[in-house]
Design a binder for this molecule. Structure first.
Ligand SMILES: Cc1ncc(C[n+]2csc(CCOP(=O)(O)OP(=O)(O)O)c2C)c(N)n1
Ligand SMILES: [Mg+2]
Length: 623
């Protein structure tokens, strides 16, 4: 540091917090803080160092307390997803269990390409008190702590051994968090003695430039190759992935589709890219897809994959696309070259716009365009029927599709105003097929990691990002029981959630999958599990939610559910409605094969039959 440079003496933790609080993004009309706040559960390893710093800067960078580290990281990740990755949060924990509780969330953010800054406390760099409480001792490597487990789950990992290191580590961390291609979790492990150590930081460091989100333009040669491929196509199909939303490309997508007559199918992360009632909207694609989207996928000659990582649910484990050639528009080159696709490495908005220009008046064939309009229309009509109330015996239980219909009917502008949040179980498939939304981000389903327990915590983060919209968490009994404590946090913070619990008394979707693979009903539904003399308790989800400070009720029918949802929408705090549902029923329309490995030998005839079917289905897979 030069002698003239002005410095300020701060602890490493104070410098870290001061830097995070100073970061601003350039949004039209105003500057907004990049970080919406810090979720923190204190313990040894963060309370003294980082805790002191967070208190000092609490006006500029609010600190939120939750009940479980994994859950608060889910909330932080959902906040970023709901902000289309333009704003984010940090998460701090103590050392040991507090830190390792964050690992699942790190993996979730990694898979979903979502930014979150993880700040786990770490063991003493001095090693003086070794082994400190909660220290995992490694006898081969003195430098290893539990936090090394974050390395494979982080897009950038650093351990801050000395306060000065922040000067290089923080700009790198922010670069990764705000880069469209690299985006994912960043972990800065913070040894507790270093958090408390002071250093003379240059004052300038705390005046960082505005954070800008780079949008990469396509290269001329790739653009040319992509246009040539498409000009010969007659039956094209667009797959809209999460990159359409994160690239703010929904308008570019709509005008591309309209100008060139190309129908659109959406992945889980990409759903809400195009309004549900757009004539070229085929709906969800793949294993959880609509018949319209899957039929056109099978017949397409060129599939234009935009901002998708092409996971197996999208490709039907590589069985869905027939003979189609693949054109991949993606900011991430690794995604763009998947499956021998023709890569167009670019930001989704710029890529679509440039491609459209290069294509001139190229248009899908008239017959293909007409087929797309007809299929899209037929699927919209089918969804009306599926989500309407069935004529059923009074004793029959409703299933998830009807519950979804009731939720959407409970508001006149559900497709504009509501954000549905979900992650695992039967619901993601049903919601992917049936949920209707007209606004980007109106569908928030975490299906990259499909992590049970994301739902309520994620809902909290969504509400923090979108306080003016109704956030509706739809969750199965299994996911609810795995992680629900942030209901109390939602009440405490005044972030109202509407939680709809679908209680089918067990892991319904896995039970169906087990039987589809020839397995016996075993260890999924409560009735199929080992039980003591008292059997499985009848869980009162409404009473449970009330104990956490929410309002709650249980209902017995779809019409009761609709009435309860009116009360929920009018309520001043989080409100849970629980309804018993049928574990055996799911929407039959749509879907496609998904590869689940069935045992090669088994004493069960059903498994042998499922194995034969499995081997046959694998013949349709592209290798
Ligand atoms: C953390 C985690 N553990 C296990 C799984 C595997 N899994 C996916 S769905 C599911 C059952 C979900 O049960 P529930 O929430 O009741 O939904 P249902 O299938 O009954 O509709 C399980 C065990 C998972 N996705 N996440
Ligand atoms: Mg269940």
């Amino acid at each position: 540091m030069s002698a003239q440079q002005k410095t300020i003496r701060l602890t490493m933790a104070q410098a870290l917090v001061r830097y995070l609080a100073a970061l601003r993004i350039d949004t039209p009309g105003s500057e907004v803080a990049l970080f919406g706040g810090v979720f923190s559960i204190f313990g040894h390893g963060n309370v003294a160092g980082l805790g002191e710093a967070l208190y000092q800067y609490r006006e500029q960078l609010p600190t939120y307390r939750a009940h479980n580290e994994q859950a608060m990281a889910h909330a932080a990740i959902a906040f970023a997803k709901s902000n289309m990755r333009r704003r984010m949060m940090a998460v701090t924990s103590s050392i040991g269990p507090g830190a390792t509780n964050l690992l699942t969330a790190a993996a979730l953010a990694h898979v979903n390409r979502l930014p979150v800054l993880l700040l786990p406390g770490d063991i003493f760099v001095s090693r003086r008190p070794d082994p400190v409480l909660q220290q995992v001792e490694n006898f081969q490597d003195g430098g290893v702590s539990a936090n090394d487990a974050f390395k494979p789950l982080s897009r950038y990992f650093d351990r801050i051994y000395y306060p000065e290191q922040l000067l290089t580590a923080l700009p790198r961390a922010i670069q990764v968090l705000t880069d469209a291609a690299q985006c994912g979790p960043v972990t800065l492990a913070l040894p507790q003695d270093v958090q408390a150590m002071a250093y003379d930081y240059p004052v300038e460091f705390f005046l960082p430039p505005l954070v800008r989100f780079r949008a990469q333009a396509p290269a001329t040669d790739e653009l040319h190759a992509a246009s040539e491929l498409l000009k010969n196509a007659r039956q094209p199909l667009i797959i809209a992935g999460g990159g359409v939303l994160y690239g703010e490309a929904t308008e570019a997508l709509r005008s591309f589709a309209e100008k060139h007559g190309v129908p659109v199918a959406e992945t889980q992360a990409g759903k809400s890219s195009l309004a549900w009632r757009h004539p070229l909207q085929l709906g969800a694609l793949g294993v959880t897809g609509s018949p319209a989207a899957n039929m056109l996928a099978a017949k397409a000659d060129v599939v234009i994959a935009v901002g998708t990582r092409l996971q197996d649910f999208t490709t039907g484990s590589h069985s869905l696309f027939g003979q189609a050639k693949l054109l991949s528009i993606n900011v991430n080159p690794i995604d763009a070259i998947k499956w021998q696709g023709t890569p167009l490495v670019a930001d989704s908005r710029l890529g679509l716009a440039a491609l459209s220009q290069g294509l001139g008046d190229w248009h899908a064939s008239a017959g293909w365009h007409a087929l797309a309009l007809e299929q899209a229309n037929a699927w919209r009509a089918a969804v009306d029927t599926i989500t309407g109330q069935r004529e059923v015996a009074a004793t029959a239980l409703p299933y998830d599709g009807e519950v979804i219909g009731a939720v959407q009917r409970s508001s006149i502008d559900s497709t504009v105003h509501d954000i549905v949040v979900c992650a695992a179980g039967t619901l993601p498939a049903e919601l992917h097929k049936l949920w209707r939304t007209s606004t980007p981000g109106g569908y928030h389903v975490e299906y990259g990691y499909s992590c049970m327990g994301y739902e309520i915590a994620g809902g909290l983060g969504v509400k923090m990002a979108q306080p003016d919209r109704d956030v509706i968490v739809m969750v199965g009994d299994g996911s609810y029981l795995m992680m629900n404590s942030e209901i109390a946090t939602s009440v405490m913070l005044g972030c109202k959630l509407i939680v709809v619990v679908l209680d089918n008394r067990g892991y319904g979707c896995i039970n169906r999958l087990q039987q589809a693979c020839g397995g016996a009903a075993f260890n999924n539904m409560l009735e199929d599990c080992l039980q003591g003399p008292l059997g499985a308790p009848a869980i009162d989800f409404a009473a449970h939610a009330r104990s956490l400070g929410a309002l709650a009720e249980s209902v017995k029918s779809i019409s009761q559910l609709e009435a309860a949802l009116q009360r929920a929408r009018a309520a001043d705090r989080s409100y849970l409605v629980c309804i018993d549902t049928d574990p055996s029923h799911s929407t039959e329309e749509g879907g496609c094969w998904w590869e689940v490995a069935v045992p090669e030998v088994s004493q069960r005839a059903q498994v042998q039959a499922a194995r034969a079917e499995y081997e046959q289905a694998r013949d349709n897979q592209k290798v």
